[in-house]
Design a protein around this ligand. Structure first.
Ligand code: FMN
Length: 218
């Protein structure tokens, strides 16, 4: 797959086949993720790969906590953000709705329940970063995460970044034995996409690029 084609065709996958991903493929993907640029080449990322019984147990623990003590999804994290960003979230959910209807699902429950069990993907990848590092080192994690998702895509795997499950970071930290010195930056669900699922037909929109760009000196 050409890089440009990969960039243009990658999308979040939210229904996976219950088919294991061979460890060699995960290793190859991680090697490519690890080639991401990072500030002063500090390579501040760590990958914790969870599958099988430990992943099922983690999902069950998160779901149980969610049922006991419901934490609502707030993409703005309580902050007042410019209306255009709120509108883009609304557009995403509005455009996703018809695809979920085909599944007989509502947006909120599908995204919430699905994210909290990593969309039943066979693999969940936790990316952690040392707590002492400055906040802008999350840039490096983002770059490695994008490499990882594209490397997976090039091998016919689907991924979905999962921030929502971090509402239950304590549970994830304990089940995955994450050292207290590290923060969990992001989780990526990965597996073979279920090509028959209507939700995987969905492609999230992008606003036209022009207003995002300021040309200087051209
Ligand atoms: C940091 C981050 C966190 C995300 N968290 C979630 C999540 O918890 N659940 C989910 O379904 N999608 C999540 N996503 C996926 C976004 O909704 C998705 O990337 C966006 O709608 C653009 O769609 P695309 O990935 O298909 O291009 C997350 C993406 C990022 C970058």
């Amino acid at each position: 797959m050409e890089l440009s084609e990969g960039l243009m065709t990658r999308k979040s996958i939210r229904t996976f086949l219950s088919k294991d991903v061979p460890r060699e493929i995960i290793e190859a993907i991680l090697k490519e993720a690890h080639m991401a640029p990072s500030s002063s080449n500090q390579q501040p990322w760590n990958f914790h790969i969870i599958t099988g019984e430990p992943l099922a147990k983690l999902s069950a623990s998160i779901r149980e906590a969610h049922e006991k003590n419901y934490k609502p999804y707030d993409p703005s994290k309580g902050k007042t953000i410019p209306a255009l960003y709120v509108e883009r979230t609304r557009t995403l959910f509005r455009e996703l709705r018809p695809f979920l209807k085909k599944l007989g699902e509502e947006n909120r429950s599908f995204i919430e329940t699905g994210s909290l069990c990593f969309y039943n993907a066979p693999v969940a990848i936790l990316m952690t970063i040392h707590k002492s590092l400055p906040g802008n080192r999350l840039m490096d994690i983002g770059m490695a995460a994008q490499n990882l998702m594209l490397a997976a895509h090039a091998r016919g795997l689907g991924t979905c970044a999962i921030g929502l499950a971090l509402l239950y970071e304590d549970i994830i930290r304990s089940e995955a034995a994450i050292s207290p010195e590290f923060d969990i930056a992001l989780i990526i669900a990965a597996g073979y996409p279920d090509s028959e699922s209507p939700v995987n037909e969905f492609r999230s929109p992008r606003d036209p690029i022009e207003p995002f760009i300021t040309w200087i000196g051209f």
